[in-house]
Design a protein around this ligand. Structure first.
Ligand SMILES: Cc1ncc(COP(=O)(O)O)c(C=O)c1O
Length: 404
C-alpha cells in the first residue's frame, strides 16, 4: 500500500498553487523570445565587484570568518540592524533595535505576517491588482480577501472604507511603483490611509520593495513614517517590509521588518521556528556593501532603469493601437496595460509566445479574485532599450490583429 498524499496534505495546502510567473519563466529560455515577464533585476547591474570584495574581507579577517560561518541570533546581525535604523531614520523614524528584525528577503516577512495575523476565514484587504507573491504568502493561512480597486493615486478611499467596515485583519499595500501596475500612492492618499486605518484599528502592511527605484518626481515618505509621526516617532499601526533585493542583490536573501516592538517580538519567535536566522555571512556581506555603496549604487540603478522605462513608454506611444492604455510609472520595474474589453491576457500570452516571440504576465494573476482579464503586466527591467522597442512592436502587432 502506498500513501495517498492528496489525502494526507493539510487542508490549507489547497490554498497553495504554483506561481504562474514561475511556471512561465521555465518556458522562456529560448533566446528569440523577448520577455517582459520576469520582473527581476538585470544581473548586469549587480554590484558584483563590491559583493566579491565584501566576501574577501570576511575571509581575510582572522576573527571574522569563524563567526560569519556560525549560527547567529534570530533578530539579525546587529550592525545591519543599526544600518537599517539609520536608513529608516532618513524618513524621520526613530526606531531602536527592538523595532527591527532581519528576514530572508521580504518574501519571508510576508509569510511571517500571514502566520502572525491570519486565521482560517479571516478577511485580508488587498489592492486590486496586488503583488502575486503576497497572495501566495498569505493564502496558506486560509484568508478571504476583500479587494480594493485603485485609481492613479492608489487605493480608492471609499473602497478602503467599505473594506475597513468589514474589519479585515490588515490592509496590504505596495505604495511605491506597485508590482504589478506601477502605481504610486500619493502623499495625500498615504495620509488618509494612515488616518482611516488607525481610526478603524486595522494595521497596514507596507511592502516597500521598490521604494528606492524612483526615476522622476519627489520622494514620498513611507507610510510607516507618517504613522510614526502621529505616534511620537515610533511605528504604531504599520508593519513595514524592506528588502535589499532590488537595491543590491536578490540572491543574498536579506530583507527586514520594522514594526512596533510587540510585533517584532513575535516575528523573532517565528524566525527562530522558521529558519533560526538569515544567513550570517550574507547579512555581514550586505551590511558591508550597503555601508560602502548603497547610495551611489542606487543612483546608478535609477539612471539605468529610467532609460528602459522611457524606452518602453516611447515604444507604446509609437506602436500601441487605439483602445490600449498604460500606466506611466515614476519608478519601479513595471508598466501595466489595459487592453480593449474582450481581449483575454492569458489567451494573448499563448499566441504572443508561440507566434510573436514575446512574453508578459497576464494581469488576472495579480487579482485575488482573478478578475482583470484584459490587463497585462510588462517589466522593462531585464531587456535593453532596442529589444524593448522590438518587443513592444511585436506585442502591439498582435494586439492590433486580435482587436480587428
Ligand atoms: C512587491 C514585492 N514584495 C516583495 C518581493 C519579494 O522580494 P524579496 O523576497 O527578494 O525581498 C517582491 C519580489 O519581486 C515584490 O515584487
Amino acid at each position: 500500500m502506498s500513501v495517498d498524499w492528496g489525502h494526507v496534505f493539510a487542508g490549507r495546502v489547497s490554498g497553495m498553487s504554483a506561481s504562474e510567473i514561475r511556471e512561465l519563466l521555465k518556458l522562456l529560455g529560448r533566446p528569440e523570445i523577448i520577455s517582459f515577464a520576469g520582473g527581476i533585476p538585470d544581473p548586469d547591474f549587480f554590484p558584483s565587484a563590491a559583493v566579491s570584495r565584501a566576501y574577501q574581507r570576511v575571509f581575510e579577517s582572522n576573527s571574522g570568518a569563524g563567526s560569519a560561518l556560525q549560527y547567529s541570533i534570530s533578530e539579525g546581525y546587529a550592525p545591519l540592524r543599526d544600518w537599517i535604523s539609520v536608513y529608516m531614520g532618513r524618513s524621520g523614524l526613530a526606531i531602536g533595535p527592538e523595532e527591527a528584525v532581519i528576514t530572508s528577503g521580504s518574501q519571508q516577512a510576508l509569510d511571517f505576517i500571514g502566520k502572525l495575523l491570519i486565521g482560517p476565514g479571516d478577511l485580508v484587504a488587498v489592492t486590486a491588482p496586488t503583488y502575486l507573491g503576497a497572495l501566495q504568502a498569505f493564502s496558506p493561512y486560509e484568508p478571504r480577501y476583500v479587494n480594493v480597486p485603485m485609481d492613479e493615486d492608489g487605493p480608492v478611499l471609499a473602497a478602503v472604507e467599505a473594506a475597513l467596515a468589514q474589519k479585515p485583519k490588515f490592509l496590504y499595500l505596495v505604495p511605491d511603483f506597485q508590482n504589478p501596475n506601477g502605481i504610486t500612492v500619493s502623499l495625500e492618499r498615504r495620509e488618509a490611509l494612515v488616518a482611516i486605518c488607525a481610526e478603524a484599528g486595522v494595521p497596514i502592511v507596507e511592502d516597500a520593495a521598490y521604494a528606492e527605484l524612483r526615476y522622476e518626481g519627489e520622494s514620498l515618505p513611507p507610510i510607516v513614517a507618517l504613522d510614526a509621526a502621529r505616534n511620537g516617532g515610533k511605528p504604531a499601526n504599520v508593519i513595514y517590509c524592506g528588502s535589499f533585493s532590488k537595491t543590491l542583490v536578490p540572491a543574498l536573501r536579506v530583507g527586514w521588518i520594522v514594526a512596533p516592538a510587540e510585533v517584532v517580538n513575535r516575528i523573532v519567535l517565528m524566525k527562530q521556528a522558521g529558519d533560526l536566522h538569515t544567513s550570517t555571512i550574507n547579512q555581514i556581506v550586505v551590511h558591508d556593501i550597503a555601508s560602502e555603496i548603497f547610495d551611489s549604487h542606487v543612483r546608478r540603478l535609477r539612471v539605468q532603469y529610467k532609460e528602459r522605462r522611457d524606452a518602453m513608454i516611447a515604444a507604446l506611444e509609437e506602436f500601441a493601437p487605439q483602445g490600449v492604455t498604460w500606466t506611466k510609472p515614476e519608478g519601479g520595474l513595471f508598466v501595466w496595460l489595459e487592453l480593449p474589453e474582450g481581449i483575454d491576457g492569458t489567451s494573448l500570452l499563448a499566441r504572443a509566445v508561440q507566434e510573436f516571440n514575446v512574453a508578459f504576465v497576464p494581469g488576472s494573476a495579480f487579482f485575488a479574485d482573478r478578475s482583470g482579464k484584459n490587463t497585462i503586466r510588462l517589466s522593462f527591467s531585464a531587456t535593453n532599450p532596442e529589444r524593448i522597442r522590438e518587443g513592444i512592436r511585436r506585442l502591439c502587432e498582435l494586439v492590433t490583429l486580435v482587436s480587428a
